[in-house]
Design a protein around this ligand. Structure first.
Ligand SMILES: Nc1nc2c(ncn2[C@@H]2O[C@H](COP(=O)(O)OP(=O)(O)OP(=O)(O)O)[C@@H](O)[C@H]2O)c(=O)[nH]1
Length: 408
């Protein structure tokens, strides 16, 4: 959606009607995070589940390139009867309110009548527009408007979700009442391949197609690589073969995300696909299985790779954590291995520890968190670390990991 943001005026979005009064206690566990900024102290290696705060409101970030169908999706969610009281926050810029008029329940008179930030919607949801996407700004708005079960944040078409996600993920330490539930990216089936190829199109000069880190990343790459769910929308505008090609290319970039093809953003389900994804909760083996199946060579700049290695011992946990810190915080591989520069956007892992509980790892850019999973009955033998990013397919990633583990 595009609307000129205004400090004292609500966007003319939607006709307020009878508000449903739905209250749902959200009880969620958000683990302690480790950040590159915490240089003073090396944080605890593993967050104890019992330390986790509860009663936080989940936030789903909805992203997608210009015209991919974000407004259409939000419109769909807001008019469905899902029994949740959702606050929709538009992080907008731009000079056109035209797109807002596409909202099926819009009311052109609402702006004049109500100089407030939020516009109440028919099914108990509210809508507002903010320039500042910071956690404080959102919490402030939430305080003004009462309690909500859920927040949907629609970013601008040009946003890099990798910059926004850590605001909500890292915010645990700031006493936030919000937690990141997932990132949903919409892509336009008709145009996405062109968007992905913009960084290295035929019309560009050779030196414009690369920086010193290799092929350029486009906004489309960033939005796909950070996604937990990818909706390939406008399926009606392409043939079955074209759609297959799009799915394969996207799967090769992000082997972890759930992918669904849609027309007019009509998703098969809201729960588990858009709402209550729990994408930053515990990592299950099933979550990682997908990643091993992609054709990771299809995109020249970003890929998903899975490092398989043997379960570790208790005494190797510290080395494993050092490996994570080195690749994520220093953007280097430990040891003396030859490799090209790399950039990690997303990381998930499950590492069984002999005689202990498996380590579950989640990472976004240079932030990561490690929690303990439930101990399996048998002794699990294989560990998996899935990386999404630029240059992550280099064999040195595994070699370096094995070397650091063996040194302990
Ligand atoms: N043919 C077709 N058109 C669609 C589909 N989904 C959305 N549209 C149309 O595509 C246009 C853009 O959709 P929006 O939902 O406004 O896209 P957006 O991502 O919010 O756009 P921005 O706010 O500009 O970034 C609108 O005219 C929609 O009606 C679809 O599945 N098929």
């Amino acid at each position: 959606m595009s609307v000129e943001p205004s400090d004292d005026e609500a966007p003319a979005l939607i006709q307020p009607e009878d508000k449903a009064k739905v209250a749902m206690e959200v009880s969620e566990e958000v683990p302690q995070l480790q950040s590159v900024n915490d240089d003073d102290a090396v944080p605890d290696l593993v967050a104890a589940p019992s330390d986790k705060p509860t009663s936080k409101v989940p936030i789903t970030i909805v992203t997608g390139y210009l015209g991919a169908g974000k407004t259409t999706l939000l419109n769909y969610i807001l008019t469905e009867q899902h029994g949740k009281k959702i606050a929709v926050i538009l992080n907008e810029f731009g000079d056109s309110i035209d797109i807002e008029k596409q909202l099926t329940v819009s009311d052109a008179n609402a702006t004049d009548a109500r100089p407030v930030d939020f516009v109440p919607l028919a099914n108990g949801c509210i809508c507002c527009s903010v320039k500042d996407v910071g956690v404080a700004a959102i919490e402030n708005l939430m305080e003004q408007s009462g309690n909500f079960d859920y927040i949907l944040l629609e970013t601008t078409g040009l946003a890099d979700p990798g910059n926004i996600a850590p605001l909500f993920w890292l915010d645990d330490g700031l006493g936030s009442s919000i937690f990141l539930d997932g990132i949903v990216t919409l892509v336009d089936a008709k145009n996405v391949l062109k968007s992905l190829d913009e960084g290295f199109g035929d019309e560009q000069k050779e030196d414009e197609k690369h920086d010193h880190h290799g092929p350029l990343l486009t906004t489309a790459h960033l939005q796909i690589s950070h996604a937990d769910v990818i909706l390939i929308n406008k399926a009606d505008l392409v043939s079955a073969e074209e759609l297959d090609k799009v799915v394969n290319r996207i799967r090769s970039i992000n082997g972890l995300a759930k992918i669904e093809t849609t027309t007019r953003s009509q998703v098969s389900q809201l729960e588990g696909l858009l709402l209550d994804l729990h994408a930053y909760d515990a990592v299950s083996d099933k979550d990682l299985q997908f990643a091993s199946k992609g054709h990771s060579h299809l995109d020249p700049s970003i890929s998903t790779t899975t490092i398989h290695f043997p379960a570790i011992s208790e005494s190797q946990v510290a080395q494993f954590d050092e490996y994570l810190r080195t690749i994520l915080w220093e953007e280097q591989l430990p040891g003396s291995f030859a490799y090209d520069p790399f950039e990690i956007h997303r990381l998930k892992g499950r590492v069984p520890v002999h005689g202990g509980k498996p380590l579950l790892i989640q990472g976004v850019r240079n932030m990561y968190e490690t929690t303990e999973g439930k101990q399996n009955d048998g002794d699990e033998e294989e560990a998996k670390l899935v990386l999404i990013g630029k240059g992550v397919g280099q064999p040195a990633f595994r070699e370096s990991l094995i070397a650091i583990l063996q040194a302990s």
